[in-house]
Design a protein around this ligand. Structure first.
Ligand code: GTP
Ligand code: SPV
Ligand code: MN
Length: 605
């Protein structure tokens, strides 16, 4: 990029029609001292110029142009490869509002601490002003933000992941004008790469100010502020006040042979299968029978009750920031088709002909690992376990024709799930909404490489929101319960576990496309057709209630997958009771009562 083009006909340092926004940009510039200010318009020309600049400075390198047209490799700092939950804070005036589920710091202290880091940090750099919209630009459910960043990689990723640029700015200006120049119509996110020093890294949220400050990381959820920081932590806070839900959920449409589509929203923790389920391709027998699966979103879901009492959901994102390892022609051919062009790959390995490669893709041997070193198995995996692709949702062959409907799609079922090697059956259904909220609150899952820290440890992750709920979990559960009111036509709630293992450590369930068999049962239950067996933890299918045609039945131990060990469940629920006590007085009484009811049922059955 030669010269940075001002994108507005006004002074580039004061580039919007919203005074409050211009003032904030000026304040940030006065603090961070950038060499230049660039207001992003989101155009292709701007994107191409950014890519050229990053290629020139080594931030990105082109991948094989024949096999992967317009695809790029970014190698992050080796100490900056995942979200950092221990450095992520929710800074509310009252400590208890952040809850035991968040790290907390007093807002004044937090501002002082992080502003000291921001001081002068953009010297010699360009400050990019990135207006973005989370959700279809014309959707009443969508919300806007502005991210200020000094990372062109962040700008490029934000352009893929959000509706970024002129249209978003126009909406922000319009909403600002309607509110009389007040700033609180959009979320203000300030981000700097800083020195990429893990000792000087913070991700701070100020929900009462609709503000985010992130310093010292360029990675995904730490730096693309529209994603986890805005669309989950800040939005969950707003959603509670305004009567809607901001969730860590995929949204998928399942079309049956009669042409009817049910939309399912599913919350699984990070790297536990949302992208894969959202892009599922039906098994052969289902394809022959004309079942179709439509992708609406793979990570975040905003939903609110419509006039008809149903929950209507949008995907606030415009792209996928998906886990690369494990993605293959067998597990997720749809993702492979999606990322065949115009994709940014972060921390993957490359083959000798410069194609992106990761563990599980195929049996080629890579040439260079994610750090650019000649591949040596002694150094660990070739691709970082949290290596990712960033790609526009529009490139997904099964992207739903309704994915951008302004009013969203109606949700028929909510599915919770985790990575549980033992105990938890393949699928069960909650008896009612309150029980379903308890099932979500009781979620636990083995930790993954998506966040820094030890992997494979089972931890409580209610609704897959442990790292993302911007307020006290006790209040959050109460908010969930509040949707059950007269006139509501709430989705049924289920729990799944694709990850149960046998004694030899092998997955009991084939997973991936075969998960449609479980979704079919779920839809059957929603429609009142499918059979099930009442148990203390909910309704389970019998081995004959799931369609298994075309599966190698001798290889699948369905009895085991659907088995319930009462003794182990009593122990599980005791552990969960201790966890619930941690929420203190803010825990809704209905949940404790529901918990006691199920525990009693287990002991007496
Ligand atoms: P985030 O983007 O981190 O929020 O994760 P995600 O929930 O979208 O996870 P994703 O779908 O990318 O899956 C992560 C890992 O789980 C990949 O390595 C997948 O191969 C694996 N996985 C997904 N679905 C299944 C399944 O049905 N069975 C098994 N065994 N593994 C699965
Ligand atoms: C997750 O960790 O849940 C992700 C990736 O979806 S990140 O954007 O880094 O949060
Ligand atoms: Mn996620």
């Amino acid at each position: 990029m030669n010269a940075v083009t001002p994108l507005h006909d006004t002074d580039p340092a004061r580039g919007s029609r919203l005074e409050a926004l211009n003032r904030w940009v000026e304040e940030v510039a006065a603090l961070t001292r950038p060499e230049r200010i660039h207001w992003c318009d989101g155009s292709q020309a701007e994107y191409d110029a950014l890519l050229a600049r990053m290629q020139a400075d080594g931030t990105l390198s082109p991948l094989n142009r024949e096999t992967h047209p317009n695809c790029w490799l970014h190698r992050s700092d080796p100490d900056d490869v995942a979200r950092v939950e221990h450095l992520t804070f929710v800074c509310t005036r009252e400590r208890d509002d952040a809850g035991p589920n968040n790290h907390w710091m007093a807002p004044t202290e937090a501002h002082a601490k992080i502003d000291a880091l921001f001081e002068g940090c953009m010297r010699g750099r360009t400050l990019y002003v990135v207006p973005y919209c989370m959700g279809p630009i014309d959707s009443p459910l969508a919300r806007c933000g502005v991210e200020i960043t000094d990372s062109p990689y962040v700008v490029a990723n934000m352009r893929i992941m959000t509706r970024m640029g002129a249209a978003a700015l126009a909406r922000i200006e319009r909403e600002g004008a309607a509110r009389g120049e007040r700033t609180d119509t959009f979320v203000k996110g300030l981000h700097s790469l800083g020195e990429l020093d893990p000792e000087r890294r913070f991700i701070m949220h100020f929900p009462e100010e609709l503000a985010i400050k992130s310093y010292g990381s360029g990675y995904g959820g730490n730096a693309l502020l529209g994603k986890k920081c805005h669309a989950l932590r800040i939005a969950s806070w707003q959603a509670r006040q305004e009567g809607w839900l901001a969730e860590h959920m995929l949204i998928v449409g399942i079309e049956n042979p009669q042409g009817e589509t049910h939309y399912i929203a599913a919350a699984f923790p990070s790297a536990c299968g949302k992208t894969n389920l959202a892009m599922l391709i039906p098994p052969e027998r289902y394809r022959e029978a004309d079942w179709k699966v439509w992708t609406v979103g793979d990570d975040i879901c905003w939903m609110r009750p419509g006039e008809d009492g149903r929950l209507w959901a949008i995907n606030p994102e415009a792209g996928f920031f998906g886990v690369a390892p494990g993605t293959s022609a067998r597990s997720n051919p749809n993702a492979l088709a999606t990322i065949a062009r115009d994709t940014i790959f972060t921390n993957v390995a490359v083959t000798d002909d410069n194609q992106p490669w990761w563990e599980g893709l195929d049996d080629r041997v890579p040439a260079l690992d994610w750090q650019g070193r000649p591949y040596d198995p002694a150094n660990g995996p070739a691709a970082h376990p949290n290596s990712r692709f960033t790609v526009s949702a529009k490139q997904c062959p099964t992207y739903s024709p309704h994915a951008e409907d302004p009013q969203g799609v109606p949700i028929s079922a909510i599915v919770f799930g985790g990575r549980r090697a033992s105990l938890v059956p393949l699928v069960f259904e909650a008896r009612d909404w309150t029980h379903g909220v308890l099932v979500g609150a009781a979620m636990a899952s083995e930790t993954t490489a998506a966040a820094a820290g030890k992997t494979g440890v089972v931890r409580r992750d209610p609704m897959a929101m442990k790292p993302f709920c911007g307020y006290h979990f006790g209040d959050y559960f109460a908010h969930w319960l509040s949707f059950d009111k007269p006139g509501a036509k709430l989705p049924k709630i289920f729990h799944v576990n694709w990850f149960r293992k046998d004694a030899d450590g092998r997955f009991l369930w084939p997973g991936f496309s075969e998960n449609l068999r479980v979704l079919e049962w779920i839809i059957g239950r929603v429609e009142g057709r499918a059979e099930g067996v009442q148990t203390p933890i909910g309704v389970l299918p019998d081995t004959t209630d799931l369609y298994l045609g075309g599966l190698p039945l001798e290889a699948i131990n369905l009895e085991r997958l659907l088995s319930l060990d009462h003794g182990d469940w009593v122990v599980e629920l005791k552990g969960f009771a201790v966890h619930l006590e941690g929420y203190g007085a803010r825990l809704p009484r209905e949940l404790s009562e529901e918990h006691m009811r199920i525990s009693a049922d287990l002991l007496h059955s």
